[in-house]
Design a protein around this ligand. Structure first.
Ligand code: HEC
Ligand code: HEC
Length: 364
């Protein structure tokens, strides 16, 4: 324990020194294989590692698994520059937390709660898409711009747009690499062999799944109503009768004795304290609407789409209630108030659409 802490400390120090000598250059140059691959018999492990290198390249020459190479030289060069920029931004600003290969095990990760996302499972929490879907590229961009409040994930809104676009595509590249590696390793472990056709199938499946991210985001079934006191009261009723309070507690604080669980990454997780004033998935009504409809990927928070689809009004009631408890503590501590003025909750504004994709898939 002591020595691993000490090592982490040295690492941070080493990285800081490297950074002061010019962070762009001090790139870590290898992607380690996952533990699952390391556990495979020698020969199978090699087949998996080779397949992953063929598809995703190496840390020195990264590639998006399953994507076509641009046909003309200019396109290839643009893509290469875009990827190199993404990697440089990532290795400067994200690697300490998310790790060189995106496995969430950066030098400072162990001391953080929640843990930085391990992208290699291909699961993302705060998206606008139905439960189980891949995120839209815009969802990831929005996370970068907003940060995740109440966690150590910072906002990168001051970065130039070009860098944001590039680093998002690099995150997708790492995620697709990790996912492919994971699937191939599981297959190799289960069937004790790995045929070329099987590998090709997995490459296609992973690439296809990411196309979901170009689908349409979840939109409210009915327009956003005015958030009134009555609505908040109805929302509280629904919160208590529809099962929310079982996990989040009657007061929304999540202080229930059974509030324990594990997430898809194997870490302990708890139903959110909705009163903390820091909703991780965003404070806008539409954000909360989507959390309730879609659930939160990789966590015990279920989607309520099928339960509430036929009562669109109840969804807005719940949104109103969640937003009211979320604001309440802040208001209480500031002004001793117990309710929120409806005007405090602003109407949702769609984020600016992302110009000029630049994703490796579209191969320009
Ligand atoms: C100080 C640590 C830290 C740094 C630096 C950091 N992150 Fe994060 N990041 C986190 C944590 C913690 C989470 C998980 C929050 C949660 O689970 O609610 C996260 C989550 C994410 C997610 C997942 C969101 C989702 O919907 O699941 C993405 C994408 C992401 N970070 C990208 C980045 C990128 C890109 C950078 C660099 C430009 C970066 N992060 C830098 C800590 C960090
Ligand atoms: C089985 C337990 C469970 C039930 C039932 C449940 N939740 Fe959750 N909820 C969670 C967990 C766990 C999280 C935190 C996920 C994470 O970020 O790791 C969460 C997160 C949330 C969030 C996001 C908070 C944020 O920080 O952005 C909202 C909003 C929410 N729940 C509302 C509801 C509502 C409304 C209901 C009932 C309709 C409900 N939940 C039912 C477990 C549950």
């Amino acid at each position: 324990m002591v020595s691993s802490r000490c090592c982490a400390g040295l690492w941070v120090l080493a990285m800081l020194l490297a950074c002061s000598a010019g962070c762009q250059r001090a790139e870590p140059v290898t992607w380690d294989s996952s533990e699952q691959v390391q556990k495979l018999p020698e020969e199978l492990g090699k087949i998996v590692r080779d397949a992953v290198v063929r598809q995703s390249g190496t840390a020195l020459e990264p590639r998006l698994a399953g994507a076509a190479t641009p046909r003309d030289e200019a396109g290839r060069r643009r893509l290469q520059q875009h990827t190199a920029l993404g990697q440089a931004v990532y290795n400067k600003r994200c690697v300490q937390c998310h790790g060189v290969s995106g496995d969430g095990a950066g030098a400072v990760a162990a001391s953080l709660y929640p843990r930085p996302r391990d992208y290699t499972k291909g699961i993302f929490k705060f998206t606008s898409m139905p439960y189980g879907s891949k995120p839209r590229r815009d969802d990831l961009l929005q996370t970068l711009v907003r940060g995740i409040s109440g966690t150590s994930m910072p906002s990168f809104r001051l970065l130039p747009r070009k860098e944001l676009e590039a680093v998002v595509d690099y995150v997708i590249l790492l995620s697709r690499r990790g996912e492919l590696e994971l699937q191939l390793a599981s297959e190799a472990e289960a069937s004790e062999e790995l045929e070329t056709e099987t590998i090709d199938d997995y490459v296609t499946t992973v690439a296809e799944r990411w196309k979901e991210g170009s689908g349409l985001p979840t939109q409210p079934l009915t327009p956003q109503p005015e958030l009134t006191e009555e609505r908040i009261a109805r929302g509280r009723e629904a919160f208590l009768t529809r099962g929310c309070s079982k996990c989040h507690g009657e007061d929304g604080r999540g202080h229930t004795k059974d509030n324990i669980g594990r997430d898809a990454w194997g870490f302990a997780t708890r139903a959110a304290d909705l009163t903390s004033g820091m909703l991780r998935g965003g404070q806008e009504p539409l954000d909360v609407y989507r959390r309730i409809m879609n659930g939160i990927n990789g966590t015990p928070m279920p989607g309520f789409r099928s339960a509430l689809e036929s009562e669109p009004d109840t969804i807005w009631d719940l949104v109103s209630y969640v937003l009211s408890v979320s604001e309440q503590r802040r208001l209480e501590t500031v002004a001793g108030k117990t309710t929120i003025p409806a005007g405090l909750i602003k109407p949702y504004v769609e984020p600016e659409p992302v110009a000029d994709g630049g994703s490796g898939d579209s191969a320009e």
